[in-house]
Design a protein around this ligand. Structure first.
Ligand SMILES: Nc1ncnc2c1ncn2[C@@H]1O[C@H](COP(=O)(O)OP(=O)(O)OP(=O)(O)O)[C@@H](O)[C@H]1O
Length: 488
């Protein structure tokens, strides 16, 4: 795709923003309202994304990164705690390394500290312990920080921005860019909540649809937006003087570089800023491409990384069942269900069509089933997950959209109705791990059962066995006695 068409895609996406000026609460409540919408929670409503700019999930339902990220944010309730140590690489290794165990140590303005406590934060998260003192150090230091979604990055840089601004100065001092309109709103919500007791600090959204006359300068000290509009506001419309920006935050760098237009716009914004401007970059993952991009926009960085908690297979008993075709798989599934005390189950299918077929048949059998698949909007998916988490449905049938990042503690059974395979039809070990990792969480016992319907699938199961060096035991669901023994 040419740079122009990427940029156009960004324009289309941003063009969905309504034209009212900075009306955050309205937009957020719209997002939430969609969540509470009435309708067929089993996913029978097939809604096209209203604002997709031509986006269409492939039948295998690999969601795009920005959607996944938004989904994670919508369904998250609390901090993801990691036992892993934080790795810190300082730009100047001779300078002392500070970390804080309390928010008081940061010497925040009292009204800001009040905002932090008001959000229910008692102490800094793992990544915040090191990141916060670095972000607030004098002279300012640049930072690249990577840690898994939900570990407190957004809260960290929101606090840094709020503490950075001088409310007496009525011009934009902090600029934050995020890959999509919805993600920008989510960040804004955190800043608004945290800055609740700082009435003089104002926030503006540089998103398409928020319009002012050319040349009118913004008085808001903090601006959050998407790269295209931020670039326009800095260069074309002159609403922001980039030379006066003293703190620049680039969030979700891994998602940002997924779209070439965004990557290029981010670099163009960076070039408008001064050398003295403090640069902060955040990412949930850190592949080489993210790293190369980070090095372009963050000179002389300190680097903080928090390793992801490894998924463990220790508490998961793995089985496979030999079947002939989908009806046979369905019978095996029903037998399995009948002989296990299952709190909740997640069933993975390869295509939306199969997921729809299976959920219809399970409902006919009297099961309470939720269906999650790629043609649903992010908000609809968040609702389905929320209902499942609250136990309203006991079975969740899904394609790959929800194999990652979703924690439902009560899931005791994961079924691979279809095997996870890659584009070439080989075992997709990573997806297998993520899928079955949905059970056996927090040390609880869980079962993972894979349906094998051909010699080829048997070969794939063998590959998976070898890859993880874990036995996958054959199960005969028509032999109830044996099954009860194995599953006990
Ligand atoms: N110090 C803290 N104490 C308690 N809760 C916190 C703390 N910091 C953040 N949280 C909460 O943890 C959740 C995740 O935080 P946050 O959104 O900042 O993580 P993140 O790393 O930015 O995630 P993502 O990559 O998805 O944006 C939020 O609900 C947030 O309110």
């Amino acid at each position: 795709m040419s740079e122009d068409s990427w940029a156009q895609a960004v324009d289309v996406q941003e063009a969905t923003a309504p034209s009212s000026q900075f009306d955050l609460s309205q937009k957020l409540s719209r997002l939430r309202d969609k969540c509470n919408m009435k309708g067929d929670i089993n996913g029978n409503i097939v809604t096209q994304r209203p604002d997709n700019g031509g986006w269409k999930a492939p039948d295998g339902d690999k969601p795009d990164l920005a959607e996944q990220s938004l989904l994670n944010k919508l369904i998250r309730r609390s901090l993801v705690r990691s036992r892993h140590q934080v790795e810190v690489l300082q730009a100047d290794p001779t300078s002392p390394l500070y970390s804080v165990k309390t928010f008081e140590e940061l010497r925040l303005k009292p009204e800001l500290l009040k905002g932090v406590y008001n959000m229910g934060f008692n102490r800094p998260s793992r990544i915040q312990e090191n990141a916060l003192p670095m972000m607030m150090a004098q002279p300012p230091q640049n930072l690249i920080a990577q840690s898994q979604s939900g570990t407190g990055k957004t809260a960290a840089f929101s606090l840094a921005m709020l503490s950075h601004v001088n409310p007496a100065n009525t011009w934009t001092q902090c600029l934050c860019i995020a890959p999509t309109y919805e993600l920008a709103l989510q960040i804004g919500q955190v800043i608004e909540q945290m800055g609740k007791f700082c009435p003089d600090v104002k926030l503006a959204y540089a998103i398409r649809g928020n319009r002012m006359e050319r040349g009118v300068k913004l008085e808001e000290q903090i601006v959050i937006g998407t790269p295209g509009t931020v670039l326009d506001w800095c260069s074309k419309y002159k609403h922001i003087d980039p030379k006066k920006i003293t703190l620049f935050v680039l969030d979700e760098a891994d998602v940002m570089i997924d779209t070439q237009g965004h990557r290029d716009q981010s670099i163009r914004i960076y070039r408008l800023l001064t050398r003295a401007c403090q640069m902060l970059l955040f990412s949930a993952t850190f592949e080489d491409s993210v790293w190369r991009f980070a090095e372009l926009v963050v000179p002389d960085p300190n680097i903080i990384r928090l390793k992801r908690e490894e998924e463990t297979l220790d508490t998961i008993k793995q089985f496979y069942v030999l079947c002939k075709e989908k009806e046979d798989k369905f019978t095996a599934l029903c037998n399995l269900y009948g002989s296990l005390t299952i709190a909740q189950a997640m069933i993975f299918c390869h295509t939306r069509k199969m997921a729809a077929w299976l959920s219809t048949h399970l409902i006919k059998e009297g099961h309470q089933v939720a269906l999650l698949s790629g043609e649903m909007t992010v908000e609809q998916r968040a609702c389905v997950i929320e209902r499942f988490r609250n136990g309203k449905e006991k079975v969740l049938v899904t394609t790959n959209v929800c194999s990652r990042g979703i924690d439902v503690e009560q899931v005791s059974l994961v079924v691979n109705f279809d095997l996870p395979v890659d584009m070439d039809g080989n075992a997709d070990n990573e997806t297998y791990l993520h899928r079955i990792g949905r059970t056996g969480r927090f040390g609880r016992r869980g079962f993972a059962v894979t349906m094998v319907d051909s010699e080829r699938s048997m070969g794939i199961i063998n590959q998976i066995e070898m890859h993880f060096n874990r036995r996958i035991t054959k199960l005969d669901p028509s032999n109830l006695e044996e099954m009860e023994k194995l599953l006990s």
